[in-house]
Design a binder for this molecule. Structure first.
Ligand code: GDP
Length: 302
């Protein structure tokens, strides 16, 4: 398979610190995710609470397909708490998941120019039109923020948004613009690759994949490059509300989600975390925030 970026040795700080979280050993046991009565657990914050459903998912998930955070034990007698519409097991690090404040900080043209206060960050990246701005709006519940990063001149920058005065959401340029000349496209890739490999405070890349259509080659290339370079990655499947089979290449979002995972599995030692989302219905919003909180709190402690 061709790669969208050229290879170089792995030498980023987040790898040593954080790989443990993503690259734990593969368990093989089957977990039967049925519990007698659904429960709802709430996470408090200053302004409101986030509820997570602990209903059993519709299908059985084998344990080797789950993302199990470190310091999280799976006991046979007690089913794990799995975030709805995802393969992510909740850990004791999931807390402070509510967004209280969000503000645009700066646009940078290179990694060295990014904020240097050491706060943890999550980078959103995906093919143009995948729904990245809509998701950003849905996460922060504000239209203005994503508009800022869509302003002419800022779409090709690393855009930092400060959340709760303690961490960053980072909007990276969309890839795969059909209209972009080849040379220009290569430059964006070089610049994003440098960010992925050298940004020491990058906790996880959030790779957005459109679940309403079959996997695109460029998305598979992007995911496989991240996997082979061991850049921590979470897959965010977008547009999961689009259920018309005819329009969506003959498949439901769930089928496209499964296909995408099968296609990238060879590039990962362990299954990456994934979440199904929709910016129309806000599906997956709370789950993204809880997942970010557990990654962030673990990262801060280690
Ligand atoms: P970006 O280029 O990745 O920032 O994508 P946008 O957020 O601008 O969205 C691209 C298109 O997809 C727009 O027409 C959106 O209305 C649509 N879109 C984005 N998210 C969703 C979603 O969750 N569900 C549906 N049905 N459409 C979406």
């Amino acid at each position: 398979m061709a790669f969208f970026l050229t290879h170089s040795p792995i030498h980023h700080h987040s790898l040593s610190l954080f790989t443990k979280f993503f690259l734990s050993t593969k368990p093989k046991t089957l977990i039967f995710l049925s519990s007698p009565s659904p429960k709802v657990r709430t996470f408090s914050s200053l302004t409101s609470t986030i509820s997570i459903s602990e209903e059993p998912p519709l299908q059985q998930i084998s344990q080797d397909k789950l993302f199990i955070p470190p310091e999280t034990e799976i006991l046979t007698e007690k089913p794990p708490r799995i975030l709805k519409g995802s393969n992510i097991v909740l850990s004791k690090y999931a807390r402070d998941a509510q967004i209280i404040s969000a503000e645009f900080v700066k646009s940078s043209v290179e990694t060295d120019a990014c904020p240097n206060d050491g706060w943890p960050e999550f980078a959103l990246v995906g093919r143009s039109n995948v729904g990245k701005s809509s998701l950003l709006n849905s996460i922060v519940k504000r239209k203005k923020l994503a508009l800022t990063s869509k302003k002419p001149g800022k779409t090709q920058c690393i855009n930092h948004f400060r959340i709760n005065d303690s961490w960053y959401l980072v909007d990276l340029p969309g890839y795969g613009y059909a209209s972009a000349p080849g040379e220009l496209r290569k430059d964006w890739n070089k610049f994003t690759k440098d960010y992925f490999l050298n940004r020491s405070t990058l906790v996880s890349v959030f790779l957005l994949i459109d679940a309403s259509i079959p996997a695109k080659k460029i998305d598979l290339e992007y995911a496989s490059w991240l996997g082979q370079n061991q850049v921590p990655m979470t897959i965010i499947f977008t547009k999961c509300d689009k259920r018309k089979k005819k329009k969506n290449g003959g498949k439901h979002p769930e089928e496209n989600v499964q296909d995408f995972q099968d296609l990238i599995s060879e590039y990962f030692d362990t299954v990456p975390p994934w979440i199904m989302t929709s910016s129309l219905t806000n599906q997956g919003r709370d789950e993204i925030l809880l997942h970010m909180s557990q990654l962030r709190n673990y990262w801060l402690k280690h």
